[in-house]
Design a binder for this molecule. Structure first.
Ligand code: TYM
Length: 339
């Protein structure tokens, strides 16, 4: 079992990142260690170059994201925790895979269409080739499990296509170089939606802070955001079918279930018939209870820049070493001469 995943150190991490991905980093890290496998979690700082950014903010956000991940339970003693910029093999392997990835495959990526919007011609080349770097990230360590939210599923499918084509084109049939990675997506938190619009993903880039719960929000802010969250006037249904067409209600029930470890059906069996006046405070309290200890640890860790840099330096050294065999094998498979 080899677990690999990444998170961009841009903006503030939010509940969608936590429930969609970070909770599973921790769960799979523990499973990997217990089964003699390995876990690699990295800050995707190279990916952050695909959108306009302020350099000083990127380095500060990179350190803050390390503090966040450790506060959430990612343990540098169990997980190789690092940032891409200190492990050149990611960018090197991306270049090697650029020969295998097809324009048509990248043209189908919905994230490029969403993020470039009407300004396709003005988008950074990195925004277009971004999924190839993501493929390199996971293929470099021969990932078996990739914990992500649903929005990353298409990128993982592309990584599988690239791995398959590279193996077919450049490896002996009985000695494929790359392993086809599997996305590991949580059932009730695959896609946490905005608190203001149940049809839009909760996102760091939403201009309204009321649309998301940030992991660093204090108790009052969390309660206020949940109280103000958009809902409809109907009480909660007792069965899942009753959530059909009620995106906001479905989202709040999904968040509740993800926090308690209950399925949607179980949450509704318990809370069906309750109005939002009763359900929202319970959800708010649950969120405060979950996030308060994370918040407290984050405040302690974030000030210790030296400790955070030391975690990244140690993780990067381990990652550099672990990536060498795959990278060298890829160079050789392609016929490139290495000394
Ligand atoms: P990023 O930084 O946008 O998000 C980090 C993780 O959080 C998940 N996520 C969500 N899950 C549920 N609901 C939401 N509203 C929500 N918003 C975000 C994302 O699915 C992701 O798992 N391209 C990636 C980073 C990356 C990566 C990788 C991931 C780079 N290389 C290799 C896995 C493997 C990204 O931008 O995630």
């Amino acid at each position: 079992m080899t677990v690999v995943s990444g998170i961009q150190p841009t903006g503030k991490p939010h509940l969608g990142n936590y429930l969609g991905a970070i909770v599973n980093y921790v769960k799979l890290q523990d499973e990997a260690v217990a089964s003699g496998g390995e876990c690699f979690i990295f800050l995707a700082d190279l990916h952050a170059l695909s959108m306009p950014h302020v350099p000083a903010e990127l380095s500060a956000a990179t350190r803050e994201m390390v503090a966040t991940l450790v506060s959430c339970g990612v343990d540098p003693a169990k997980t190789v925790l690092f940032n891409q910029a200190q492990v050149p093999a990611h960018a090197e392997l991306q270049w090697l895979l650029n020969g295998t990835a097809r324009m048509g495959w990248l043209n189908r990526m919905t994230q490029f269409k969403d993020k470039s919007g009407k300004n396709r011609e003005g988008a950074a080349v990195a925004l277009f080739t971004y999924p190839v770097l993501q493929a390199a990230d996971v293929l470099l360590y021969k990932a078996t499990h990739v914990p992500v939210g649903e929005d990353q599923k298409q990128h993982l499918e592309l990584a599988r296509d690239i791995a398959q084509k590279f193996n077919n084109d450049f490896c002996e049939p009985d000695a494929p170089l790359f392993i086809l990675p599997e996305p590991f997506i949580p059932p009730t938190a695959a896609r946490i939606m905005s608190l203001r619009d149940g049809t839009a993903k909760m996102s760091k880039s939403d201009p309204s802070d009321m649309s998301r719960i940030n992991l660093v929000d204090d108790a009052d802010t969390i309660m206020r955001k949940i109280k103000k969250a958009k809902t409809d006037p109907e009480p909660l249904p007792s069965e899942e079918a009753g959530l059909e067409g009620r995106a906001e209600a479905k989202n709040l029930v999904g968040i509740y279930g993800a926090l308690t470890g209950q399925s949607t059906a179980e949450v509704l069996a318990e809370h069906g018939g309750e109005g939002f006046g009763a359900f929202k405070p319970k959800l708010g309290e649950l969120l405060v209870e979950t996030l308060a200890p994370i918040n407290a640890r984050f405040r302690e860790l974030k000030a210790d820049r030296e400790a955070l840099d030391a975690i990244l330096a140690r993780g990067a050294a381990q990652a550099r070493e672990r990536g060498v065999p795959t990278l060298e094998a890829a160079y050789r498979a392609l016929g490139l001469v290495r000394g």
